[in-house]
Ligand binder design. Structure first.
Ligand SMILES: [Zn+2]
Length: 177
């Protein structure tokens, strides 16, 4: 890729847009993306936010940070680091803790409380599942679908994610289009 190609394509980039039920709380420069990715993000994020109970009077915040490698150089990827004001890494720790408590619960009602409430209340996990269910992400020939995050090994779409790649996404969700 020549320098010219990169700067030309970046001229057409737009900030990842806010929606009706969610708002992007990070600076615009943190997620400058192609219009295709902007549309895909907006569609999936809006659906996530509405299903999670947010609306135009109470929008959930989504925070991006800039990425460096691969699809990021062309504006075809975005990295989400926080949702609802809480870091993706914290949501994941909370998720793991709930799984541990459920596994250790001696009685069924206690276990059910945990396994039923955490998927509702954990916005990080919900966001990941919404992006997985509602987004149509890039799948370059010979590569897995470009959705990675701390839940990838457990939830897919690429359960064979390497330890290295999983570690690289312990604190954010990466999507590319
Ligand atoms: Zn990324």
């Amino acid at each position: 890729m020549r320098r010219n190609d990169v700067s030309n394509s970046q001229c057409r980039l737009v900030p990842a847009p806010s929606g009706r039920a969610y708002r992007v709380s990070s600076p615009a420069a943190n997620a400058m993306v192609t219009s295709e990715l902007a549309d895909e993000l907006q569609r999936a994020l809006e659906r996530f936010a509405v299903e999670a109970g947010f609306d135009d009077r109470r929008r959930v915040s989504v925070f991006f940070k800039p990425g460096v490698f691969g699809h990021h150089q062309l504006g075809r990827a975005a990295d989400i680091y926080a949702v609802g004001g809480v870091g993706i890494d914290q949501w994941k720790r909370r998720w793991d803790e709930a799984c541990r408590r459920a596994a250790e619960a001696v009685d069924r009602p206690t276990r059910q409380i945990i396994t039923k409430t955490e998927p509702v209340n954990n916005l990080g996990w919900r966001l990941y599942k919404a992006l997985q269910g509602y987004g149509r992400w890039a799948q370059p020939y010979g590569y897995p679908i470009q959705l990675f995050g701390p839940w990838t090994r457990a939830e897919g779409p690429w359960k064979y994610i390497s330890d290295r790649l999983l570690r690289a996404h312990y604190d954010h969700i990466h999507v590319a289009k």
